[in-house]
Write a protein that binds this ligand. Sequence first.
Ligand SMILES: [Zn+2]
Ligand SMILES: [Zn+2]
Length: 337
Amino acid sequence: MTTATLTPVEALERVLHCLDRAHETGFKSKAFARALDVVRDTPADEIAERARRNTLKQLDGIGDSSARVVIESLRGDTTYLDKLDSQTQVTITPAGQRYRDALRGDCHLHSKWSDGGATIKAMAKTANALGHEYMVLTDHSPRLTIAHGLDRDRLLAQLDDIETLNEQMAPFRILTGMEVDILEDGALDLDDDLLERLDVVVASVHSKLRMDAFLMTQRMVRAVESPHVDILGHCTGRLIGKRPESEFDADKVFAACAANNTAVELNCRPERLDPPEPLIVMAIEHGCWFSIDSDAHATGQLEWQPHGCDRAAAGGVPIERVINTMSAADLLAWTEN
Ligand SMILES: [Zn+2]
Ligand SMILES: [Zn+2]
């Protein structure tokens, strides 16, 4: 990669991007995030002067590693970044690579508007750099207050923002969307007129994950049957090693997905990898559509699609049933049926 022309801020952003894609969320990430804030808030000439005099570490929040990144960036030296870049590559199998090569977009990701860490523009630029033609922005819906879900007014404001960004970023395209909560009775956490207006709707269960299997099945089927829902997000809700799968009749849910053209998401987050493989095989048998989505909350996490690609390959998902292998225009036509 070419990092020779990066400013100190850009170099530190790149460090955070690499740590994110390696799912590094500990001390190191926090320290670099803090250093980035400090460097952003300090005049560039002061940073350059301190780099020359070797006094960067006198700034509260700059440590050995962040000082090194700043100094190297000012010299056009990429040693630290190159090493980090190679250490944090997301791996993929040759079989998975076939799927990754076919992907033209990402249908589930978040921005700072809800609980993501990056602006819409930063996410779009990264998605574009990863070779995508489009991304669907799917911030959280109102009732997920813990994730700063968007109410009606904020969603409308976001739609305006996306329109402006699309003018700047063409031909790359940001499609509108939302990750809408599936409420306890299977209703959706957004008004119908807004659901109608969005390009792509992901529906996910985020609450009462332990409810009775019969009721959970009804809940999910009702959501999947909504004409507004295009993708069923992380269907089992599992968090590997932390939270078990929700209990529901997967046969019934996937039958409803197939009958209603609602894609089953292969969620690529390393702690989710949802659904588990036996359920992927079951969804294939039902003739479901699939969507291989990063569910990224930071730019580096947009690089997680290989996880889902490998799982699609291992489970034998027909590549032509993966909706984000379509062009944006074809995807929009598909969501209409
Ligand atoms: Zn979710
Ligand atoms: Zn999400």
